[in-house]
Write a protein that binds this ligand. Structure first.
Ligand SMILES: Cc1cc2nc3c(=O)[nH]c(=O)nc-3n(C[C@H](O)[C@H](O)[C@H](O)COP(=O)(O)OP(=O)(O)OC[C@H]3O[C@@H](n4cnc5c(N)ncnc54)[C@H](O)[C@@H]3O)c2cc1C
Length: 354
């Protein structure tokens, strides 16, 4: 069995691993390797790390918990993983608290911390895997809420200019599962976030079964944030395959956003197709419905598969390589395109080919 790395050397603010195994560092459990991997505990050590002659001209890639990546092969450069910790209130008034979060924090710990401090807003984002640092990259969202609503600023280390920068909420250019950090990957290493979290807020419960789950829990009247969090956890645990049991990267395809005329035409041909109007000109379709209707739910090619529980989820039944998983994803895309004329976009970052 492959070892985690050939050598791990501690340089104070960071540990450097050579020929590092990535298998335990991505939730699809793809057995890829990185030429070098740095676990950084102190962001002030970044300039010294990046100045090593052997590293200076290498491609660098940020990796959190690997829950939104697919490695289709080995990575010949430096992977940087932030192990920084810290969540603190840095200011507040009667209505809101400003919370600063180090990038290496586990996202769900941030959610639980906010609830323990009687702060609202993050409850719908419970149980999303990954780090706080990766959360702004695709503007994580679930059950009717997106991270951007709470972002005050994002702090990042510019890997090209070698300096810390801050981005206001507008400067992050957030969109559905998207941001400037996703569009220009490996330029900015996000080191911290500052969120404005309200002390009370109208609950968001009219989405994907939250209200019904609260009723099952016998919650009457206006639910509290912890109660909504519990409903979301119950829903997610029931509906999504657990990566610890069956390796996956969550939703592998984004819900496509299409011109409204085309979306309405598809709806006329397929009345059961779920469709949400975004504005006057565009509508979002359910990628899961399209994949299932094209016959791919539960599909399997060797150890690469599409989950039987959720058509959006690409799974590794054992020893699928990244290339095999990507090949199956491509076949799903092609099948949906042939069937419906809609090209699905992958949600995770595909590293190695695109
Ligand atoms: C079971 C499951 C359920 C999921 N459910 C949801 C969901 O409901 N909603 C949702 O939005 N997502 C969901 N995801 C996707 C994933 O959890 C999020 O995208 C998460 O934010 C990824 O965090 P990570 O630390 O694992 O990032 P990684 O997978 O390690 O990285 C993802 C991307 O972010 C970049 N990145 C990572 N850290 C940094 C950093 N510090 N600075 C700059 N770039 C960085 C990487 O280069 C890569 O491009 C789910 C995934 C799984 C496995």
């Amino acid at each position: 069995m492959a070892t985690d790395s050939l050598a791990a050397v501690d340089f104070g603010g960071y540990t450097l691993l050579e020929n590092a195994s990535l298998r335990a560092r991505n939730t699809l459990r793809v057995d890829a390797r990185a030429a070098l991997l740095a676990e950084v505990r102190d962001i002030h050590a970044l300039p010294a790390l990046l100045d090593w002659p052997a590293i200076r001209n290498m491609p660098a890639l940020a990796l959190g918990e690997g829950s939104n990546v697919l490695f289709t092969g080995n990575f010949g450069g430096l992977i940087v993983t932030l192990k920084t910790r810290g969540i603190e209130i840095i200011g507040e008034d009667g209505r809101t608290a400003r919370v600063r979060i180090a990038a290496g924090e586990h996202w769900n710990d941030v959610v639980r911390w906010s609830l323990a401090h009687n702060l609202c807003g993050l409850e719908n984002l419970s149980l999303i895997p990954g780090t706080a640092g990766a959360a702004p990259v695709q503007n994580i969202g679930a059950y009717g809420v997106e991270l951007e609503e709470f972002v005050h600023l994002v702090e990042a280390f510019d890997l090209r200019e070698r300096r810390l920068e801050t981005f206001s909420k507008n400067g992050c250019e957030f969109a559905y599962r998207d941001s400037r950090f996703k569009r220009e990957p490996d330029r900015q290493l996000i080191t911290a976030l500052e969120l404005n979290l309200p002390k009370s807020r109208e609950p968001v419960i009219d989405y994907a079964g939250v209200r019904e789950e609260l009723a099952t829990m016998k919650i009457e009247g206006k639910p509290t944030s912890p109660q909504i969090a519990e409903a979301v956890v119950r829903l997610r645990t029931r509906k999504l395959p657990d990566p610890a049991l069956i390796p996956n990267a969550g939703s592998f395809f984004k819900n496509p956003i299409l011109p409204i005329e085309f979306a309405n035409e598809l709806k006329r041909e397929h009345p059961a197709l779920p469709l949400w109007a975004m504005d006057q000109t565009h509508a979002k379709l359910s990628a899961a419905w399209l994949i299932e209707a094209a016959g791919f739910k539960g599909a399997r090619e060797g150890d690469a598969g599409i989950s039987e529980r959720h058509a959006l989820v690409l799974v590794n039944h054992g020893n699928a390589t990244g290339a095999q998983l990507w090949a199956l994803a491509q076949r799903v895309r092609e099948g949906v395109r042939e069937y419906f004329g809609v090209m699905l976009e992958p949600e995770p970052r595909v590293i190695g080919s695109a």
